[in-house]
Design a binder for this molecule. Sequence first.
Ligand SMILES: [Zn+2]
Length: 460
Amino acid sequence: MKLTIYFPLLSTLRRWRRQERWTREQLQERQTEALRRLREYAYAHSPFYRRFHRGLEGRPLHELPVLTKATMMENFDGLVTDRAIHLTDVESHLTTLSGNERFLGRYWVNGTSGSTGRRGLFLFNHSEWVTVLASFIRAYEWLEGPSSLPPRKSIVAIVSPTPWHMSRRAGVTLETRWAPAYRLFASDPLETMVLRLNVWQPQILGAYPSIARMLANEQLAGRLSIAPKYVFTGAEVLTVDTRRHIEAAWGEGRVFDVYGATEGGVIAAECVHHSGLHLFEDQVIFEVVDQDNRPVPPGKYGEKLLITVLFNRTQPLIRYELSDSVRLSDRQCSCGRTFALITNVQGRMEDILRFPAAAGGEVVINPVIFDQIMDRVPAGEWQVVQETDGVRILLSGTPESFSDERLEDDLRRALMAEGVLVPPIRVHRVPAIPRSVTGKAPLIKSNLPHKSPAPDALSS
Ligand SMILES: [Zn+2]
């Protein structure tokens, strides 16, 4: 890592430590001021925002139109604030990306996988990229304190194999100081991961929940023998059972979920108290909303999360729609940080399956309905896939003695109880759950023709 990154990174983290102790009033004041400056900048330098917010320049945030990924990508050249940036050039830059290259010599480009729709692309200039990097380190600092930089040899992150994915890009820039000197790809075969991890003996492991769970199984089976102090998970839904599973392998309280989004880096993380994920409200304004973009109160799941990224000037994101369903907590954390908590990320809109109802119309099935049943399936991994002609349940690593018929029955009954006109449900045993290009394996997915915009979070 270059010193031009290292020093600004340290001062950013130092500043953030103070900001976490602001009162709610101070935080709101700071948000208001930062938002005012962001909007001023966007109106001055982005032809798109001048048009998109025309006549609303003086209106409060919640009255502004919501920005979807589709709208952003369609208006890319006009939305960004540097007229030298053109989407076609950014796309060709990505095809040549292999390390720490910058677009036009000054922008780090990150992309979502685009497995369910158009890929979202996000540019960060030097200071914006430093902020993103700091957001990755913040979650770690909350556990170990500021002075203790992790010894590089003890971190292993299992990241996306695609070079434009943020987890990989951040790792490459941070290299030598904080970053995993040892890196594995989510697409690597399990045997390779086990072999390497046994040699590297990480003190800190970062992985998608599905991978951490697989590795926990290997540990419990005696093939893997590591003793990480912290296991960071992110980019997929961490179910209660998966957390328990990982804790069974490496000890209670060692799992720390982080919520990352390619739009702004890590935007929420757990502190030592595990009372939920603290939203990084000094960097992003969050709005938990329903389908019609109306605010959803604490204690209830929203359908979407709207984010306004306060630090990005290159590509301003104001009321940008993430299809993550989260629930605000009304609790305060005893750590003293004033940032609001979300209890967990339930999943994306794409995880919410819609079925024809027995009584006509449509029933919405939240992921938790499947989680409750599937989490009881012994060991292994699972995936629920909705197809046009029914539901396929993929199981991998489940003992032969386990009854597939019984599982099909349980699922049928659960869906029936929700009022679903239950389609055929079939369990398929597979050697491994297929992974997307970024190496992720969503627990629940739909292969029905796509209706809603594709997800943007790192979780996409
Ligand atoms: Zn806390």
